[in-house]
Design a protein. Structure first.
Length: 333
């Protein structure tokens, strides 16, 4: 039985509390936060045994694993403290807010040998075992291009310190692009690239609506879009010499139930690939942590992100942010 402490009392922690409670191998013992009032309210709403300060939760000898559900600018400090306390750590995406703190987090966690994984929960769902099979079985031929978009109208509810759409939403298509390129082109291919980006920034100076075009040194092309200003839509297509693989259902929110891909050869009949499962991605993320901690591992196995994978994803996100002109503001329609 893995005994958890959850740090943070926001929307995403609500979702993770449900996932932890559903898993027979886990138990949520503690919720912690900066506000005593909000933490106690959250504890009472969910029937959690104890509400503690963050420091007390991390140091509690009865706790095996810490879930960090705070805004991403706080991930670094909390993840390092939890790992140094000997806890397994599941920390929400994005890894941190800057490359400097991302590297510090990874270096510090490695010194502790504690388990750590970035919370890109969708990659723990069984859908992605099927995706890896399709990417690896040769049907696509050589990878030629990847196109992805994620849009969600959430700018009015996110913390401005989190850095805008790239670190809230853009990390999803970026991390899936990383998985595709790494799987089909090898471990070094993702870092060998050039890119240009355009976009708009909001009144906080954060990127709010943006697109990037990437050319990898092996000739593979990619285009990604991310916005937190409008809509709720998703799209992701992988194109090879022989055809396309398209995500029909949301790639980044695999559900309990039906998840669907379509393999469309350029010369042949389309094949619909369905992955049914009784649980959503958050539940499978909890079980992924349980498996690795039980086995004594210090990091996850693919398709979930390993430490170096998280750094490579973070590098593209920060490069993308830097490429969007600071002077540009969101257009009025």
């Amino acid at each position: 039985m893995l005994r958890w402490a959850a740090i943070g009392t926001g929307f995403i922690t609500n979702t993770m509390v449900t996932a932890i409670e559903q898993s027979p191998g886990s138990r949520l013992d503690v919720v912690a936060g900066r506000s005593t009032e909000r933490t106690e309210t959250f504890r009472a709403q969910h029937g959690i045994d104890r509400a503690l300060s963050i420091e007390a939760a991390i140091s509690d000898p009865r706790i095996d694993a810490v879930y960090i559900g705070t805004p991403n600018h706080a991930h670094h400090e909390l993840a390092v403290a939890a790992a140094r306390a000997g806890k397994a750590v599941l920390s929400e995406k994005s890894l941190t807010r800057t490359m400097a703190t991302a590297r510090e987090l990874v270096d510090s966690v490695r010194l502790t040998n504690a388990f750590f994984v970035e919370g890109l929960m969708y990659l723990a769902h069984p859908l992605y075992e099927t995706v890896l099979d399709v990417l690896s079985d040769g049907r696509l031929g050589e990878l030629r291009s990847v196109n992805g978009r994620y849009a969600a109208n959430i700018s009015n509810v996110v913390n401005a310190a989190g850095g805008g759409t790239l670190y809230n939403i853009g990390c999803y298509p970026t991390s899936l692009l990383h998985l595709v390129v790494q799987t089909m082109c090898g471990p070094g291919a993702f870092g060998e690239r050039s890119a240009v980006a355009v976009g708009a920034r909001n009144g906080d100076g954060n990127v709010s609506d943006t697109a990037i075009s990437i050319r990898f040194d092996n000739g593979v092309l990619a285009s990604l879009q991310s916005t937190d200003e409008y809509g709720m839509s998703h799209a992701f297509t992988v194109t090879g010499n022989n055809g396309t693989l398209t995500f029909d259902t949301n790639p980044w929110l695999p559900v309990a139930g039906r998840n669907q891909l379509t393999w469309q050869p350029f010369d042949g009949v389309a094949e619909v690939i369905v992955v049914n499962n009784d649980h959503d991605a958050f539940f499978h993320q909890v079980q992924m942590v349980e498996r690795h901690v039980t086995a004594g591992h210090a990091e996850a196995a693919r398709p979930s992100p390993r430490l170096d994978d998280s750094l490579e994803i973070m590098q593209l996100l920060t490069d993308w942010e830097a490429a969007v002109p600071a002077r540009l503001r969101r257009p009025q329609f």
